[in-house]
Write a protein that binds this ligand. Structure first.
Ligand code: ADP
Ligand code: ADP
Length: 229
């Protein structure tokens, strides 16, 4: 069964201006999909609806087969891990930044959890280890390194669905490709939804949804959309 389903979703922030005009799509379990479209197409709105910052005026949204209006906010957040564009790190160790959601966890416990969640390919590419202080007082991380920590922070909680909300859009395309390749390795069996405006982000996706003026302009695989025809 599909993990995330949008079913004829109609939504506008204001009464007289509809943003999503009956949007429907399905994200099969274990697949990697991308939602692309120009600025203003409604991509972030999809993320906000998924987390119930707003509810649609019509249609419904299912996560794991359940209408999200019928599940608790806590279980919704446990089901969907989000990595935003500009992740903020604490002025603390890399280990603390990865494990801060686990109250009272020691550096060793966080490292064990990261190993258990197979996150080492993400972390090994950082210029320093778990105990290294980062931020103002410590090591300055590049944008790409920060996003590696942010992705590890989200994945260490083992959410079945990973939502990348322009998570690599601020990076140069080479760093982006590097991170996406690592992500592919560590997250192969997980469902992932990547929201992006840049086509370079989506090369690895199983299915691509092109959003245009609040509906799906096109959907298909990379070759179907960009190949001959
Ligand atoms: P994208 O992420 O594709 O750039 P958004 O989902 O952020 O697009 O925005 C879609 C449309 O909704 C845009 O026209 C934007 O101006 C409008 N919009 C976004 N947030 C709000 C808001 N809080 N109130 C009113 N309009 C909004
Ligand atoms: P915590 O460790 O506090 O649970 P999360 O990784 O769950 O932190 O992220 C915080 C929450 O912020 C998310 O679950 C989501 O509800 C919300 N959030 C953050 N950024 C966005 C976004 N761009 N769109 C929608 N929701 C967001």
């Amino acid at each position: 069964t599909p993990t995330v389903v949008f079913e004829n979703v109609v939504f506008g922030y204001e009464k007289d201006r509809t943003i999503l005009h009956g949007l429907s799509f399905e994200v099969p379990a274990g697949s990697h999909v991308a939602i692309v479209g120009p600025s203003g197409a409604g991509k972030s709105t999809i993320a906000r609806l998924l987390f119930r910052f707003y509810d649609p005026q019509a249609g419904r949204i299912l996560v794991g087969g359940q209408d999200i209006r019928e599940v608790t906010q806590a279980s919704l957040r446990a089901a969907i891990g989000i990595v935003p564009q500009d992740s903020v790190l604490f002025n603390d160790t890399i280990g603390y930044n990865i494990g801060y959601g686990r109250a009272g966890a020691s550096a060793e416990e966080i490292e064990a959890a990261a190993r258990g969640a197979s996150l080492m390919p993400l972390i090994e590419r950082l210029p320093a280890g778990f105990e290294t202080e980062v931020g103002e007082r410590g090591l300055k991380l590049s944008g790409g390194e920060k996003q590696r920590v942010a992705i590890a922070r989200t994945l260490v909680k083992n959410p079945p669905i990973l939502l990348l909300d322009e998570a690599t859009s601020a990076l140069d395309t080479r760093t982006e490709q590097d991170i996406l390749a690592t992500l592919h390795r560590v997250s192969e069996d997980r469902t992932s939804i990547s929201i992006a405006h840049r086509l370079s982000t989506i090369a690895d996706s199983d299915r691509i949804f092109v959003l245009h003026e609040g509906t799906l302009a096109e959907s298909g695989s990379h070759t179907e959309l960009l190949g001959a025809g």
